[in-house]
Design a protein around this ligand. Structure first.
Ligand SMILES: *[C@@H]1O[C@H](CO)[C@@H](O)[C@H](O)[C@H]1NC(C)=O
Ligand SMILES: *[C@@H]1O[C@H](CO)[C@@H](O)[C@H](O)[C@H]1NC(C)=O
Ligand SMILES: *[C@@H]1O[C@H](CO)[C@@H](O)[C@H](O)[C@H]1NC(C)=O
Ligand SMILES: *[C@@H]1O[C@H](CO)[C@@H](O)[C@H](O)[C@H]1NC(C)=O
Ligand SMILES: *[C@@H]1O[C@H](CO)[C@@H](O)[C@H](O)[C@H]1NC(C)=O
Ligand SMILES: *[C@@H]1O[C@H](CO)[C@@H](O)[C@H](O)[C@H]1NC(C)=O
Ligand SMILES: *[C@@H]1O[C@H](CO)[C@@H](O)[C@H](O)[C@H]1NC(C)=O
Length: 414
């Protein structure tokens, strides 16, 4: 849209230098959904920054683009006049990439119900060198875009919507559905990003991290030529600290989801490795056997993943001089308490409900368990309480017996 460039100049002329950062990443594109009689029912002016994870070879690729100026109101848009249908704005761009936005209303307000992003991985303009082709879909019903009836929705600051492999940041948004007249209403409902107490820089998505729950326990094993060489039962939570695009320190904590993991590995005489990989992450554990001491230990850990809002989205970190979980061979290391391994300054792993053994594993089953110190401390409290109770019972019993003896003696003297 030509109005776009003119508006950008206008804003710049106003001296809103601070805002230029936002404007650089794209300007608003206008959309208009009309019913059969030509009356508008949805009007939207918006900018969207997209970040999409996709595969390039066997690597994780990332595509960042802004909603192009040439994006159009697709023909599949509708005012939802037929019974049972709702107003729907479909934005189309490139070769068959569409973003569907549909609305619902109550008596006092209206809101975006779902966002459905359909993207074509064969579209080399947006997904260069994509390994996969064909279309993919991501949806969100948590857009958190709503306004009071007969007001337009206004959101100048970035508003992030995450959906699987896609992150969308809406900004410079003016939008209204269920239009009363043929144009925007006079009054607006501002989004929460615009009414924050200070007009300080918008809150980046990572400052409100959702702490992941305790990770699910996965069972992993690696087969060598002479049977199983690594056996592991564990829940894993990774914690990565990184620099965001705006140069802030942030931490990214996420769980290894056993159902999404493909486990593989190799065994040799003195090294054995377990590789846990999924679409999002690959995590390598390399165990070493110390033949002199007859002990095995975790000597190396390496991770590769993508962090969407990091300055450098490709994150990898490794440390080959670790000495963790040191255990006598043919025994297994066991720890129900959480144990943290600081791999590097920027990367740590929390192990939950861990039992692990490497190298000589008899019959593919864990050998006798060596319990970690934390578990033993955990056992100490019940032992002390138990001992105290037993002592108390004994004292009461003795007191009772003495008392009985005394009273017996008393009777005899009468
Ligand atoms: C996806 O893009 C490719 C290449 O531009 C095109 O040939 C194909 O028809 C598109 N797929 C769909 C479903 O439109
Ligand atoms: C898309 O992928 C399928 C299977 O992976 C392949 O058979 C087909 O040739 C591919 N199409 C294009 C246009 O690359
Ligand atoms: C709608 O209102 C805007 C100002 O908010 C104005 O620039 C535009 O011309 C109006 N459009 C119509 C169709 O009246
Ligand atoms: C992740 O690491 C950072 C930096 O070391 C720390 O501040 C944060 O508490 C850690 N998060 C968890 C859940 O342990
Ligand atoms: C961010 O972390 C680095 C170390 O990784 C530290 O030197 C720096 O002071 C931190 N910055 C802030 C703003 O906390
Ligand atoms: C495991 O560690 C040993 C010793 O550092 C190294 O030679 C070997 O290449 C490592 N294996 C993998 C898969 O990283
Ligand atoms: C690797 O781990 C060892 C042992 O915990 C630590 O002393 C060393 O600083 C780590 N190396 C890096 C690069 O973080």
């Amino acid at each position: 849209m030509t109005s776009c460039r003119m508006r950008r100049l206008g804003e710049a002329a106003l001296g809103l230098a601070l805002l230029l950062g936002i404007f650089q990443s794209g300007c608003s594109v206008t959309f208009d959904v009309k019913d059969e009689s030509g009356k508008s029912c949805i009007l939207a002016d918006l900018s969207i920054d997209f970040v999409v994870d996709y595969k390039i070879g066997d690597k994780q690729g990332i595509s960042k683009f802004v909603l192009p100026e040439k994006a159009e109101t697709a023909k599949t848009s509708s005012c939802g006049t037929k019974s049972g249908t709702v107003p729907l704005l479909v934005i189309g761009f490139g070769t068959n990439n569409t973003l569907g936005i549909n609305f619902t209303k109550s008596d006092k307000d209206y809101r975006v119900d779902t966002l459905l992003f359909t993207y074509n991985l064969s579209d080399a303009v947006y997904f260069p060198n994509s390994t996969e082709n064909g279309t993919r879909q991501e949806a969100s019903s948590k857009a958190e875009i709503s306004a009071l009836t007969n007001r337009y929705y206004k959101c100048f600051n970035p508003h992030l919507i995450t959906m699987g492999n896609v992150n969308m940041t809406f900004h410079n948004v003016k939008l209204e559905a269920y239009l009363n007249g043929n144009n925007y209403s006079t009054n607006a409902t501002s989004c929460k990003e615009d009414v924050s107490p200070t007009s300080a820089p918008p809150i980046p998505p990572t400052t409100a991290p959702v702490k992941p729950k305790i990770p699910d326990v996965g069972n992993y094993s690696v087969d060598g030529t002479s049977g199983v060489c690594i056996l592991a039962k564990m829940g894993l939570q990774l914690n990565i600290t990184y620099k965001t695009q705006s140069d802030k320190n942030a931490s990214y904590e996420f769980n290894i989801e056993p159902t999404q993991i493909k486990a593989s590995g190799t065994c040799s005489k003195t090294y054995s490795t377990l590789l846990l990989s999924s679409e999002k992450v690959s995590l390598l554990f390399n165990f070493t056997l110390n033949l002199n001491e007859s002990k095995f230990y975790l000597g190396e850990v390496a991770v590769n993943t993508t962090i969407v809002d990091a300055k450098d989205p490709k994150f990898s970190s490794s440390n080959g001089s670790l000495s963790f979980l040191k255990t006598t061979t043919r025994k297994s290391y066991k720890c129900n308490s959480k144990e943290t391994l600081q791999v590097t300054d920027s990367f740590s792993i929390d192990f939950y409900n861990l039992q692990i053994q490497a190298f000589d594993i008899d019959n593919g089953k864990f050998g006798p368990a060596v319990e970690c110190a934390a578990d033993q401390n955990g056992m100490l409290v019940p032992i002390i309480v138990g001992a105290a109770l037993a002592g108390l019972v004994l004292i009461v019993l003795i007191a009772y017996l003495i008392g009985r003896k005394r009273s017996h003696a008393g009777y005899q003297t009468i």
